[in-house]
Design a protein around this ligand. Structure first.
Ligand code: PXP
Length: 239
């Protein structure tokens, strides 16, 4: 199971003082050196964390896959077509939210979404759609022509430990539905040391995307150390 590290919040810290430190590109290189399998960046409409130049520099510098998270808008599709990251993960985006609050609702028609998927795929990008672990959403992602889904793990990660088994069962069913539909299955949101192992036990999940916890944990053990420990927890389950 690959670990793609989301470095958005390195930019959040940089932006707090308006300077250049800490540099998201330096963070990307450090986490890859520590064993991360890829880098995720979410360029939001309001550019509240990473900026266009951050994504451009990371894309131009790293050899590992860049997973570009984006809303399905003309502006973001055009940027992705220009930068051609390995992966694009289409997410819902609301201006006032603190973070992505839920999966994309594919049962509510977004007239631009089919065009977005088609253009991204046409640019040779692997398209993933961030959805809840709901078979109807997963089947809709397959119908749209996505090659992968990313399961929203936020409700599981935020649940009280006693409630987690029910959330895990849903995630497992979602991952199995994705595999049955021929889709690669990724997962992310809110994951940390105490939740990663149960997610790693869900066989069809081939990639996790983790950001906030690792950047927060960097305060205590450094970003490379946090990435190494997360990778070790995954390896403990997957070998
Ligand atoms: N996956 C998606 C689609 C996201 O929007 C986010 C948050 O930007 C993540 C994964 C990573 O979540 P976290 O920062 O909580 O690890």
């Amino acid at each position: 199971m690959r670990l793609s590290v989301n470095i958005d919040h390195v930019a959040t810290i940089r932006n707090a003082r308006g300077g250049t430190h800490p540099d998201p590109l330096a963070a990307a290189l450090a986490v890859l050196e520590a064993g991360a399998d890829g880098i995720t960046m979410h360029l939001r409409e309001d550019r509240r964390h990473v900026r266009d130049s951050d994504v451009e520099r990371v894309r131009a510098t790293i050899a590992a896959p860049l997973n570009f998270e984006m809303a399905a808008t003309e502006e973001m599709v055009a940027i992705a077509e220009r930068l051609r990251p390995a992966d694009c993960c289409i997410v819902p985006e609301k201006r006032a939210e603190l973070t992505t609050e839920g999966g994309l609702d594919l049962l509510r028609a977004d007239p631009f979404l089919p065009e977005a998927v088609k253009r991204l795929a046409g640019a040779g990008i692997r398209v993933s759609i961030f959805v809840e672990a709901d078979p109807a959403q997963i089947e809709a992602a397959a119908r749209l022509g996505a090659q992968a889904i990313e399961l929203h793990t936020g409700a599981y990660a935020d649940a009280a430990p006693a409630d987690r088994p029910a959330h895990l069962a849903k995630l497992r069913a979602g991952a199995e539905a994705a595999a049955a539909a021929g889709l690669a299955c990724h997962a992310g949101h809110g994951l940390g040391y105490d939740t990663i192992e149960d997610v790693a036990r869900i066989g069809p999940i081939s990639e996790v995307s983790i950001g906030h916890f690792l950047v927060g944990q960097a305060i205590f053990e450094g970003l490379p150390g946090a990435v190494r420990r997360m990778k070790a927890l995954i390896a403990g389950v997957r070998g």
